[in-house]
Design a protein around this ligand. Structure first.
Ligand code: 2BA
Length: 109
């Protein structure tokens, strides 16, 4: 069995959960925050049998879209503590970041 953790954009999360449920995957949704953009994203966790990992990842790939976001970065070389100069930077946020971990034990009690 594998433990899959997928970090997706909030905009895709509900559609992805619907798709996963339709295909009879068990899923838990957690609200999360990206360390770089400091904006909300969604982390989905799923326990799946080894032979269904590719099917699940295929659904994530089909459903989650890459998007560009603008974020403000501090131009430290141009600013001091009293002279903060943020400038906009475009960042491409991926469709999903997926971790696949081996499960040592799984129980429902
Ligand atoms: P954030 O940390 O908010 O990152 C959003 C996007 O900003 C990233 O998209 C990447 O394109 C860019 N980015 C992140 N850190 C950067 C940096 N130090 N310098 C320049 N650009 C940077 P994704 O790579 O698609 O990541 C989307 C979200 O997935 C991330 O949101 C984070 O919440 C999570 N994530 C990605 N890789 C991860 C990892 N190795 N471990 C834990 N979480 C990860």
């Amino acid at each position: 069995m594998k433990f899959i953790m997928a970090i997706v954009q909030d905009e895709d999360a509900i559609q992805l959960i619907d798709k996963l449920s339709e295909h009879r995957f068990m899923v838990t949704k957690m609200a999360s925050t990206g360390g770089f953009l400091r904006t909300g994203n969604t982390t989905l966790i799923c326990g799946v049998e080894d032979d269904r990992v590719d099917e699940l990842i295929g659904l994530v790939e089909k459903t989650c879209k890459s998007r560009k976001q603008i974020t403000s970065v501090n131009a430290s070389h141009m600013s001091t503590a009293d002279n903060y100069v943020p400038y906009p930077v475009e960042v491409a946020v991926g469709g999903a970041t997926i971790f696949v971990l081996d499960v040592a034990d799984f129980r429902r009690v």
